[in-house]
Design a protein around this ligand. Structure first.
Ligand code: SAM
Length: 354
């Protein structure tokens, strides 16, 4: 397990992609370092390395979903429901006041917020207010978007908001490959909107947001990789990453590229990087439901607590978290405690190979 794996604690990426993601994180660290954040960061990493179940630190990166409503319906999106089934999380948007509560409680420890989950962040205006609120408190904010909006004023407001990173989700250049992945999305609209953001940055001589094109590679779009690189250059995006998508292993052949063949989806294909989420981060749904990570966010029964009604610090060391950390520390061991979702995660169910 290399240093990049340990830093990113994730799988399925080649060294080039890992480096680009790490560079994005390092940018946030360098820009938003304070004594309190550095102190907490050191404690969190110390807690992680010591495999503590009860920690003295707080997370330093949060993933917060402003809304789980999306305008597109991409193939194999984890949230591919038309409507929630009984017992599943409904659709909705996070009120700005509730977002403030999170930042007011833990903002002093946060280098970064990834302000997106499975919905489309630009559908609702409060996302811009959230970015402004967090960036005014010196927290780096990243958003991932399909950029399929029809609002000519949005590119300027995005640049004005203080956004640090804009991940541009675009999995094809030509309409055919794009539509196969991104359904009713319109590539011309997406490219025009990303070009407008870049134009606005130039006009304002703004360095941010950094534009990071994320391209999930499939069998039917891998022949467009060179065209995508060229498009990225012409548009002036800051970087482009070709990543391994998550599909079910039984997806049809054309979904698998020569870069990421079917067998790379198998958990045992790579050593487990363990899980650092329970020390470094958390996933907060639009309704305040807090999950240890973005796996299985459909079921509110998986929530470890609710940050709108509970103190964040209280949730962070509650019985669910302590059980999760114990499970992660000893994969395969018989750990007593509540039926947390981490019990069903491959990280804890398979013996760790490093
Ligand atoms: C589900 S999207 C939701 C956010 C936003 N609507 C967007 O399109 O970026 C969140 C992230 O998942 C990525 N994504 C979409 N489908 C994927 C897949 N099958 N495997 C891996 N990542 C995927 C997107 O590129 C995006 O960065």
């Amino acid at each position: 397990m290399g240093i990049l794996d340990s830093a990113l604690a994730t799988k399925g990426m080649n060294a080039g992609v890992k480096f680009k993601i790490l560079r994005r994180h390092l940018l946030a660290f360098a820009r938003h370092m304070t004594a309190a954040r550095l102190h907490n960061f050191i404690r969190a990493e110390r807690d992680r390395m010591a495999k503590k179940t009860r920690v003295s630190s707080m997370p330093y990166i949060l993933k917060i979903e402003p809304s789980n409503i999306c305008n597109l319906h991409c193939a194999y999106c984890y949230d591919d429901r038309r409507q929630p089934l009984p017992g599943e999380r409904p659709y909705g948007r996070m009120p700005f006041e509730n977002f403030k509560k999170i930042i007011d409680e833990v903002g002093e420890y946060l280098f970064k917020i990834n302000l997106y989950g499975f919905g489309e962040p630009w559908l609702f205006p409060e996302t811009l207010d959230m970015i402004r609120y967090a960036s005014d408190r010196d927290i780096g904010v990243g958003v991932s978007s399909n950029m399929n909006f029809k609002d000519a004023s949005l590119p300027r407001r995005i640049v004005d908001s203080g956004l640090e990173t804009l991940i541009f989700s675009c999995h094809g250049v030509g309409r055919e490959a794009y539509s196969r992945f991104m359904g009713k999305g319109d590539p011309d609209l997406a490219f025009a909107n990303i070009a407008a953001v870049i134009e606005e940055k130039k006009r304002l001589r703004a360095r941010y947001p950094v534009i990071d094109w994320q391209y999930c590679v499939t069998g039917f779009n891998e022949m467009e990789i060179e065209a995508a690189r060229e498009k990225a250059r012409v548009l002036g995006v800051d970087q482009i990453r070709f990543i391994k998508p998550f599909f079910p292993e039984n997806a049809p052949d054309e979904w698998f590229s020569s870069m990421f063949p079917r067998q790379t989806l198998r958990h045992e294909a790579e050593p487990s990087p363990g899980c650092s989420w329970v020390y470094r981060s958390a996933y907060i749904n639009f309704d305040g439901g807090l999950l240890p990570c973005c796996r299985d966010m459909r079921k509110p029964a998986n929530d470890f607590g609710n940050v709108f009604t509970q103190d964040f610090k209280e949730i962070w060391n509650n019985e669910a978290y302590q059980t999760a950390r114990a499970l992660i520390a000893s994969p395969g061991a018989d750990i007593p405690g509540p039926d947390v979702m981490c019990r069903r995660c491959p990280v804890t169910t398979s013996a760790r190979k490093t």
